[in-house]
Ligand binder design. Structure first.
Ligand code: 13P
Length: 252
């Protein structure tokens, strides 16, 4: 069965209710016939307002993080119930910026991913190597560790979206080439097959992320193992519509 492509924006710590509302209103007519499922993962405080603006459209509103405990003394964190109250469907987990700046580990990624699944939402679980790791020839070893620990104990792997985001390509304008991204994502799919089952691996949606934009999305999306994208800076403008319409705007 063919995998349905899925492209999500990650607003990170950008936009306000005012600028976000303006952008989503602009995007709604432009993305209505998108070639894929579409989501925008937004800062937690913007979720209520953006959900309201996107209502009735094909833009799903997602979150950028979630705690694994249902409630309690975890200052600054967001729970599953808080997200579900607004109909959130997707939650980004373990983004490299959370790993790099906020002490996220493979173990906490595992707890968060499982909690998102238990709450009936879809985790977009991020993995990826640094430049040092790629140049040191340990990319596969790093991905193995991130997958083995980050996805340990997950019952139905087909309910997880994986985002492969090489850290050296994030916010740098240095996208992985189509071949690099394809090769690494094919490796990730193979590894998921070994950890779970080959048939399940064929169903898992794996996105590419890292300086993906309107100019390079078509080539990336044409790769057999790349099922979508996680888009940072290019999701902060109307150009995001071109990315989700990657087959329409860029006919050869
Ligand atoms: P950029 O598209 O800005 O490189 O960010 C990618 C990313 O980190 C998406 O999660």
């Amino acid at each position: 069965m063919a995998r349905r492509p899925f492209i999500a924006g990650n607003w990170k710590m950008n936009m306000t209710a005012e600028s976000g509302t303006k952008l989503i209103k602009e995007l709604i007519p432009l993305v209505k016939d998108a070639d894929c499922d579409v989501a925008l993962c937004v800062p937690a405080i913007l979720i209520p307002a953006m959900t309201e603006v996107a209502k009735g459209s094909n833009i799903a509103i997602g979150a950028e993080n979630m705690h694994w405990e249902p409630k309690g003394a975890y200052t600054g964190e967001i729970s599953a119930d808080m997200l579900k109250e607004y109909g959130v469907k997707y939650v980004i987990i373990g983004h490299s910026e959370r790993r790099q700046y906020f002490g996220e580990t493979d173990e906490t990624v595992n707890k968060r991913t499982k909690a998102v699944l238990a709450a009936g939402m879809t985790p977009i679980t991020c993995i990826g190597e640094t430049l040092e790791e790629r140049e040191g020839g340990v990319t596969e070893k790093v991905l193995d560790r991130q997958l083995e620990i980050g996805l340990a104990g997950i019952e139905d792997i087909t309910k997880v979206v994986i985002a492969y985001e090489p850290v050296w390509a994030i916010g740098t304008g240095r996208t992985a080439t189509d071949e690099q991204a394809q090769e690494t994502i094919a490796y990730i799919r193979k590894k998921i097959g070994q950890l779970f089952c080959p048939k399940c691996a064929e169903k898992v949606i794996i996105q590419y992320g890292g300086s993906m934009n309107a100019a390079n999305c078509k080539g990336l999306m044409a790769q057999p193992d790349i099922d979508g994208g996680l888009i940072g800076s290019a999701s902060l403008k109307a150009d995001f519509a071109k990315i989700v319409n990657y087959n329409k705007y860029f006919e050869d």
